[in-house]
Design a protein around this ligand. Structure first.
Ligand code: PRP
Length: 214
């Protein structure tokens, strides 16, 4: 009998894709988990317990070891910079981090950049030797250039609908995003069999999905 794995799962748009991937890998995750409002869900069929977290908090739970592993977007990993192992690229929830602004945007001195990702944005402009003022917002980032709060924004683009419907343009892609499987450093050693077994089940499913896309 393998050890119980505590898994920090992101509530919301990634969860459905993650649970589907786990099911395809042969883990018996009941369908009810997709709609549940419970925050701690026992999944004895898969020898797991899901901790339903706000996506941005997943690396925190994993770093502190209250979850052994977690599923999290690369965007959150880059922003949070937590001390965790990144084990697998799950290939789900594919999108990108981009610099966005009005289509007729012109460079200005010390522009203001609004974003949910202040660390990612600061690093990006610093590496380019550009001085910017970063303004942290928590949502509806696309409003910022429309109402004059910021010259540009750094945000996630998935389908592109939000920028299109708001008459904005994508100026530059910073990096592409997919969800990752991460592990707590101690759990990775102490529960290595269970974690390795999960990776071994997931890997062929991820590879097959990639091949189907190519
Ligand atoms: C995210 C992101 C963009 C949008 C991109 O926002 O911040 O606004 O999705 O998706 P699209 O390219 O498919 O339109 P989210 O829906 O998480 O809401 P928020 O604005 O409250 O952050």
């Amino acid at each position: 009998m393998q050890e119980l794995l505590k898994v920090a799962m992101p509530k919301g748009r990634i969860y459905k894709q993650a649970s589907k991937l786990f099911r395809e890998a042969g883990l018996a995750i009941p369908d009810e988990t997709d709609e549940s409002r419970k925050l701690i869900i026992a999944v004895p069929e898969a020898n797991m317990e899901f901790i339903m977290a706000k996506p941005v908090d997943v690396p925190t739970y994993v770093e502190y070891g209250v979850a052994d592993i977690g599923v999290v977007g690369k965007d959150v990993l880059m922003e949070e910079n937590r001390d965790v192992y990144e084990l697998l690229d799950l290939g789900i929830a594919r999108c990108r981090m981009s610099v966005i602004g009005l289509p007729d945007w012109k460079p200005v001195l010390n522009p203001r950049v609004a974003t949910k990702y202040p660390n990612v944005a600061s690093q990006y402009f610093r590496e380019r030797g550009q001085q910017v003022e970063v303004i942290k917002l928590n949502g509806s980032i696309e409003l910022a250039p429309l109402i004059g709060l910021a010259d540009r924004i750094v945000d996630m683009v998935e389908t592109g609908s939000t920028i299109r419907e708001n008459g904005l343009a994508e100026h530059e892609e910073i990096f592409s995003i997919t969800s990752r499987l991460i592990a707590n450093r101690v759990s990775y050693r102490m529960k290595n069999n269970a974690i390795q077994a999960l990776c071994d089940r997931l890997q062929p499913v991820i590879a097959a999905a990639l091949a189907a896309k190519a």
